[in-house]
Every structure is written in C-alpha cells, then in structure tokens.
Design a protein around this ligand. Structure first.
Ligand code: G3P
Length: 216
C-alpha cells in the first residue's frame, strides 16, 4: 500500500519524505487555505519538488469547461501533478476529457460504490472514498472501501483505490488489510502509527539498566 500525505504543509511533506512515507501528496482547497495566502500553482510546484509521486491539485470550477481549463493548467506545473475533480456529473465529464488528453485525474468526494463505478468508467486514475466523513454521519467508511475494492477486482479498470479522509491508525490498518492501493493521511496519523507506550517504556527501561550498570 502506498502512503500519501494529506496535507499542503511543506514541513510535514519534507518530514514525511525523510521517513520514506511520502509516495504522493493529496491537497484540497481547505488544506491549501490552511497554508495562508500562498500562490496555489507555486505551492503545488514546491510540493512537486519534494515528492516524486503523484501530487493532487484540486479544481474549484463547478462546470466541466472550467474544470478542464484548470486541469490543463495544473498539469503543466509538473509531470507528477494529478488533477483532482469532484464526483459530480460535471466533474466526471471533465475527468473523461482530461483522461483523453493523458492527464491523470483523482476523483474526489466519493461516498458510494455507485459513484466509484462511475468514476472508473469515466477514466479516473484514482478514486478517493472519504472514510472518516462517512463515519462522522454514522455510516461505515470501511464498508464502502471494501465494496469498491471488491467491485473493482472484477474488472481490469486502471483506477487505483485511494482511501481518503483517514482519521486514525485503525483506518490505515484496515485499508491495508482490505488491499487499498493507497492510503492518504494527515501527518498526525503518521505520528500515531509510530507511537506505542510500551515502546517508550521499554526504551526508557533499557537505557536506565544500561546506565545503572556503569555504561555511558
Ligand atoms: O483529501 C481529502 C480528504 O482526505 C479529506 O479528509 O479529514 O477533511 O475528511 P477530511
């Protein structure tokens, strides 16, 4: 399973890359806005200099024409830019057009298996089911992820399953168990994956014993 960082923060992306855990990056307008008044294209370019894998840049137009226009511009920023389009009729039309031009598209805001089928049919390179946001409304995001992986396995579609809106290590572990192609997560979740109190306690004990026996 590839690890993508779900952030637009350059420090976090540098740190993720140094850990070998930045196979790609997903951004969205909310994440970009958290970085202050950055120039969008310059910021995406800066991310693409750190990370060699796919970097998602999301369109903000609502109509197909506008999305295609934005997508074509974003694709020029760097060869690893992936255009992120919303799972709307207009977004899927734009996905088909951009895909036809050789521009990779990550279809975002997917909340049902039916939507995931439509995205694959449209030519998406990635489908992003939002697990955490389904959990937030009392549904089970992991069931959706499982459904999509099962359905996609019946066909030779090129669309990779990118588990998104991951909020905790259980989401990551279960995404891996189900065989998701990619898990994108905030840096906070990367930290959580590393942490275990028994590791800290064990390390402290080893060092205490080492020093107690006169070693430096
Ligand atoms: O990148 C999109 C997705 O991962 C958003 O996550 O936590 O805002 O639901 P979240």
């Amino acid at each position: 399973m590839k690890f993508f960082l779900d952030t637009a923060n350059l420090d976090e992306i540098r740190e993720g890359a140094s850990l070998g855990l930045a196979d790609g990056v997903t951004t969205n307008p909310t994440l970009i806005s958290k970085e202050g008044g950055v120039d969008f294209k310059q910021h995406i370019a800066a991310i693409c200099e750190i990370v060699q894998g796919p970097v998602s840049a999301e369109v903000t137009s609502l109509d197909t024409e506008g999305m295609v226009r934005e997508g074509r511009e974003y694709a020029k920023i760097a060869s690893n830019v992936v255009v992120k389009c919303p799972l709307t009729r207009e977004g899927l039309k734009a996905t088909g057009i951009l895909d036809g031009e050789g521009i990779k598209v990550n279809v975002t805001l997917c909340f049902s298996a039916a939507q995931a089928i439509l995205a694959a049919k449209a030519g998406a390179s990635f489908i992003s089911p939002f697990l955490g946001r389904l959990d937030d409304i009392g549904e089970n995001g992991l069931v959706l992820l499982s459904d999509i992986i099962e359905i996609y396995s019946n066909y030779g579609w090129k669309t990779e399953v990118l588990a998104a809106s991951l909020r905790n290590p259980i989401h990551v572990i279960e995404a891996a168990r189900l065989g998701a192609d990619i898990a994108t997560m905030p840096f906070k979740v990367i930290d959580q994956l590393f942490n275990h109190p028994l590791t800290d306690k064990g390390q402290a004990q080893f060092l205490a014993d080492w020093h107690k026996s006169g070693h430096q």
